[in-house]
Design a protein around this ligand. Structure first.
Ligand code: TNX
Length: 523
């Protein structure tokens, strides 16, 4: 055989072999190292097997049972993968894990709890397993973080969609991992709130607390008391037009959140922080005179008339209408900074409101001042400022939600040059926000007393989404990690590398994040 024949034959062989390979969608899996993942919050354990799984046009999403919730979680996965890959990724139901498929299975393994998951990534398929659909949903967020950042785009990208192979075992330390958004000082509507929900989803947080009323504005429609939104909803800090959520908008938001395993915690702040309500209905004031609407940023000057029965009928209506719209277990009554309510009146008031919340079938949450009353055992105390109140709460048998202002207030400035935000609780650079442990915050408050952590964004200085993004990112992922990850897996040194690994994702999300000098943001 001469050279040219030899060449033609080997070319033919090559073509045949390639053809065989393509017809069964095979490919050379790239070597990859799962242990170099950038997942936030860091999982319980990660083992690399040095290869990879590739999502291709032939990949399917398979669920092992006809559980509707699991099927809908599979649909969520498909919806995040489809736009940028351009692949169909059909959801099918099959008992056995297929080749080239991403499989979602329910299992029964106590240690994983409600939200834990196992993720096995092999060359031939991916298996995601959890006790509940919620656990599968949390696991999907890890899959998402293991893919190239371009997966965030909404048009088809020319990318090899590979995920490093290996296994992940993961579950949270704390059951309550949350952020709070103040929509009262400046109003933020449904579209903005949905975006915030999407942020929480990514980092496996599970609650969003909405601060729906304050001196500057009342933000939720109450049918029986229409002036609350008509008058009380018409103002905000700085004199803008304010706004409010209609009941339909609120219900749609709750549904959006629920579908994403985020519980909404509504707060009506009382008896202080009530100027907007007092301006709407004069009988709420002991002198029967409505004050003007308020657009400043002082706190602690307003109070409901705590001695009037009509005030409690009013509160019963408000709590009734709101709790009817939420499937979740909590209702937040505020209770902070009631500086012009006499102490005995405050105690009488919160005691009565605790009964009302209980009658509507919900667990009461309040800011730490409520620990001054005789709490029901299921009442939850949100600790923002006072150790004494925190200790009082746990001594009474209540659990606490930790929101230490000097560590996790998202409205605190990063450093002295930050123009947005406040600084009354100190400056919170990214390391200071990350580097603490809930169970070490207050000596007498032990791990078993802590339901979880929540980081609030008060919006006195926040007027639009760009400003919100700047204060929330990059601190939020750190708070998610504090709530989820095991203490022994956490350190600022490793966290800051994983945070740097989020650069491209933040950019794809279009976030105006704070580029802290402490982080080596990727170019
Ligand atoms: C204190 S934290 C408040 C809010 C303010 C915030 C500003 C808490 C329970 N009350 O009314 O908006 O500081 O950082």
């Amino acid at each position: 055989m001469n050279h040219s024949h030899k060449y033609q034959l080997s070319l033919l062989a090559l073509l045949i072999i390639t053809g065989i390979f393509f017809s069964c969608d095979s490919y050379q899996a790239s070597p990859m190292d799962l242990s170099r993942h950038k997942i936030i919050p860091v999982p319980v354990s990660v083992v690399s097997t040095g290869s990879s799984f590739r999502i291709t046009a032939n990949t399917t999403i398979n669920v092992a049972s006809e559980d509707e919730e699991v099927i809908s979680v599979a649909g969520f996965l498909r919806d995040i993968l489809r736009p940028a890959t351009g692949f169909e990724l059909p959801v099918s139901i099959n008992k056995a894990a297929g080749k080239r498929s991403i499989n979602l299975n329910l299992i029964d393994e106590e240690e994983l709890g409600n939200e834990g998951y196992l993720l096995y990534i092999a060359e031939k398929n991916i298996r995601l397993e959890a006790n509940t659909a919620e656990g599968l949903f949390r696991g999907i967020q890890s899959i998402r973080q293991l893919l190239p950042a371009l997966i965030e785009r909404d048009s088809v990208q020319d990318v090899v969609w590979e995920i490093a192979s290996g296994s992940i075992r993961d579950y949270p330390v704390y059951e309550y991992r949350s952020a709070m958004l103040d929509v009262s000082r400046h109003f933020f509507g449904p579209e903005n709130i949905r975006e915030v929900i999407d942020w929480l989803v990514r980092y496996k947080m599970n609650n969003l607390h909405l601060h729906l009323s304050d001196d500057q504005g009342w933000r939720i429609e109450i049918e029986k008391w229409p002036e609350l939104t008509k008058t009380g909803g018409s103002s905000q800090v700085g004199g803008g037009k304010g706004g409010y959520l209609s009941k339909d908008e609120f219900k749609a938001l709750v549904q959006y959140a629920t579908e994403r395993y985020i519980n909404i915690v509504p707060e009506i702040d009382m008896p202080g922080h009530t100027n907007a309500a007092l301006a709407s209905y004069s009988f709420l004031n002991c002198n029967d005179k409505s004050p003007d609407l308020y657009t400043g940023t002082e706190v602690g000057f307003s109070t409901l008339c705590t001695e009037r029965d009509s005030v409690y009928f009013f509160i019963d209506d408000v709590i009734g209408e709101i709790t009817e719209m939420i499937p979740g277990p909590y209702f937040h009554i505020g209770g902070d900074e009631s500086h012009v309510t006499k102490k005995e009146d405050y105690i009488y008031f919160v005691q009565k409101v605790q009964e009302i919340v209980t009658r509507h079938g919900k667990q009461m949450i309040g800011w730490d001042e409520i620990a001054q009353i005789k709490l029901r055992e299921d009442a939850l105390v949100q600790v923002w400022n006072s150790e004494e109140n925190a200790v009082n709460a746990v001594r009474q048998g209540s659990k606490v939600i930790l929101s230490p202002a000097n560590r996790c207030y998202l409205d605190m400035k990063y450093d002295s040059t930050t123009t947005l935000g406040l600084s009354w609780a100190g400056l919170i650079e990214v390391d200071h926000g990350y580097d603490w442990y809930p169970e070490q915050l207050i000596q007498e408050v032990k791990k078993e007393h802590i339901l979880g952590i929540e980081c609030p964004l008060w919006t006195e200085t926040v007027t639009n989404m760009d400003e919100m993004e700047f204060l929330v990112f990059p601190r939020l992922p750190g708070y998610a990690e504090i709530g989820w990850s095991q203490k022994e897996n956490r350190s600022w040194e490793t966290y800051k590398q994983r945070l740097a690994g989020q650069t491209a994702v933040f950019e794809e999300m279009g976030l105006d994040f704070y580029r802290s000098k402490l982080i080596s943001w990727e170019k």
